[in-house]
Design a protein. Structure first.
Length: 425
């Protein structure tokens, strides 16, 4: 009897530290090995019981890639694979995490450089094989270079969604809406209990709101993830021919350069080029003081306000009723962005301040919602095991329960450390 074990090392019933270990005959493959935003309990469970032969990074966001240097240090002979833009983005995001941590992490810039140099760059829809595993990466529609992963181990086929988006955005083509025929599915649940409003409606409301803010004399700050979301925001403004000044700051500048370099991974290079050309790129921090004087839009990381140049701008506009702070991404509980959205407060140094500026959230998500996730999995074969991950406690458990009760699917929301066995005769 052939056996494959799937162990969930992180990213279960939470958004953070995604890490899945697939074991077969004493060898292992990892699907992601990410980190959490918080300082305590930052990393997934360690890999202790077998050798890692292959590690696959679905995409560059820290919650999926941030602990990959630990795998390199523990298993230096492991093969590491991802798309070219994923590796380029991973490098700058992990280096930023090291900088923000004050070099307190168990790896260094040098380790990151070695990981990226060692890694194999894969294109979509091309099979990659090691002695015991094979993987194929496919467009996930989430950020440039993001992938869903089809893993084959002996006669077992496992599909991992990573972070997936099956609707078209201004920046990216959507992921395919059909899952390959597999024995097990590992699927995200970030928005599994929510339905997104129509994308075009959100885009129009977003542009109208920014326009109104600037026209009343305010600064419209858009805290955005450096990779993917900042470029999406600028592309939306370009599509709607936004007529007022737009500024791009922080790591989003480097991420934009990388996105253009790997333009074969985006939908419309011409639109992105227009978007980036219409924005003023901040050269250095000395420029920022003058940028909060006149009305304009400022697009700047971090998307959850955990660091990044957006914090500088908030200090200058939080008490200004004519200005606004417009969040465009998922806000993890405990982050400064979550506090701003739910309490209308910001922490400045040791003080918590009430925010008088307008605060709004726009669902410019790069994750599939409930209906889109259901459409992916509700028609799977009755023998297929479904593991629901990458969502808060309510979303992960609730989605797994709905799949079981409404669609008779063998679904479970694993906990960290849970191991499941796939067997055939």
């Amino acid at each position: 009897m052939a056996l494959v074990k799937i162990k969930f090392l992180g990213g279960t019933r939470e958004v953070g530290a995604s890490a899945i270990q697939i074991q077969n005959n004493g060898r292992s493959m990892l699907l992601d090995y990410g980190a959490r935003l918080r300082k305590e309990n930052r990393f997934p469970l360690s890999v202790e019981d077998s050798n890692v032969e292959l590690a696959v990074i679905s995409h560059a966001h820290i919650d999926h890639s941030g602990a990959i240097p630990l795998i390199y240090k523990q298993f230096p002979h492991a093969e590491i694979v991802a798309t070219s833009p994923t590796l380029a983005f991973t490098k700058i995001l992990i280096e930023d995490m090291i900088r923000l941590s004050g070099n307190s992490l168990p790896f260094t810039y040098k380790d990151v450089k070695k990981v990226i140099k060692k890694a194999e760059k894969l294109n979509y829809d091309v099979e990659y094989e090691t002695d015991n595993f094979s993987v194929t990466l496919m467009n996930a529609g989430h950020i440039p270079g993001s992938s869903t992963i089809l893993a084959i181990i002996d006669d077992f086929r496992i599909w991992y969604s990573g972070d997936i988006n099956t609707i078209e955005t201004q920046l990216l083509a959507p992921a395919k809406r059909k899952i390959p025929d597999v024995d097990a599915i590992i699927i995200e649940s970030t928005y599994a209990l929510r339905k997104h409003p129509p994308r075009q409606d959100v885009e129009r409301e977003f542009v109208d709101t920014l326009r109104e803010c600037v026209e009343r004399g305010g600064v419209a700050l858009v805290p955005a993830f450096s990779v993917g979301r900042a470029q999406e925001v600028l592309s939306i403004l370009a599509k709607y021919n936004f007529e007022y000044p737009v500024v791009l700051d922080g790591m989003a500048r480097i991420a934009s350069e990388i996105t253009l370099k790997y333009s074969n991974f985006i939908k419309n290079k011409k639109l992105l080029q227009k978007a980036l050309n219409m924005a003023h790129w901040v050269k250095d921090g000395s420029e920022r003081k003058g940028l909060v004087v006149d009305p304009k839009v400022i697009v700047s990381p971090a998307g959850m306000l955990q660091g990044g140049s957006a914090q500088y701008y908030i200090k200058h506009i939080y008490s200004d009723e004519t200005s606004g702070i417009y969040l465009v991404g998922y806000q993890v509980k405990g982050t400064l962005g979550y506090r701003l959205l739910n309490e209308r407060t910001v922490r400045l140094g040791r003080k918590v301040k009430k925010v008088d500026a307008e605060v709004k959230f726009f669902e410019l998500s790069s994750h599939s919602d409930r209906d889109e996730l259901l459409n992916l999995v509700k028609h799977v074969d009755g023998d297929t095991k479904v593991f629901v991950v990458h969502g808060d406690l309510e979303s992960a458990i609730g989605f797994a329960q709905e799949l079981r009760e409404s669609y008779d699917i063998d679904a479970v929301a694993p906990q960290e450390g849970d191991t499941f066995i796939l067997a055939n005769s």
